[in-house]
Design a protein around this ligand. Structure first.
Ligand code: SF4
Length: 125
């Protein structure tokens, strides 16, 4: 155990949308009984890629005592879940992550995905 950063999920705020499952490359987050859960501290590296996509603000990073991040266990988890994920789409053009690179954005209190082709339009209006 060591003090480190790790994802914290507020179950009261979580609406079970599942948007945070895909961005977690390590497969640390899964939906359990309609709520997002970090299934094992050892799978969460605390990088926080999930934070930007949560529409309710249920995800934060906290610093607490936790087991070390386990690269090997994360790799095994990735292999076990295979390519299963919910494909996300660009809010502007609808491009799927199957064919485009998507980046999470926040606007007006909401989390959205935008593809790299649409980013210039957001920047320049
Ligand atoms: S993105 Fe937020 S609201 Fe949706 S399942 Fe994950 S924690 Fe819950």
């Amino acid at each position: 155990m060591a003090k480190r950063q790790i994802v914290k999920i507020d179950e009261e705020l979580c609406n079970g949308c599942g948007a945070c499952v895909t961005p977690c490359a390590e497969g640390a987050i899964q939906l359990v009984n309609g709520k997002a859960k970090v299934i094992s501290d050892s799978l969460c590296d605390g990088a926080g890629f999930c934070l930007g996509v949560c529409p309710t603000g249920a995800l934060t990073i906290e610093e607490r005592e936790a087991v070390e991040f386990d690269h090997h266990a994360a790799e095994e988890q990735q292999k076990a879940r295979g390519k299963k994920y919910i494909a996300q789409h660009c809010f502007r053009c609808g491009a799927s992550e199957e064919k485009a690179y998507l980046i999470p954005c926040r606007t007006g209190g909401e989390s959205i995905w935008v593809c790299t082709r649409c980013i210039p339009a957001l920047i320049h209006g």
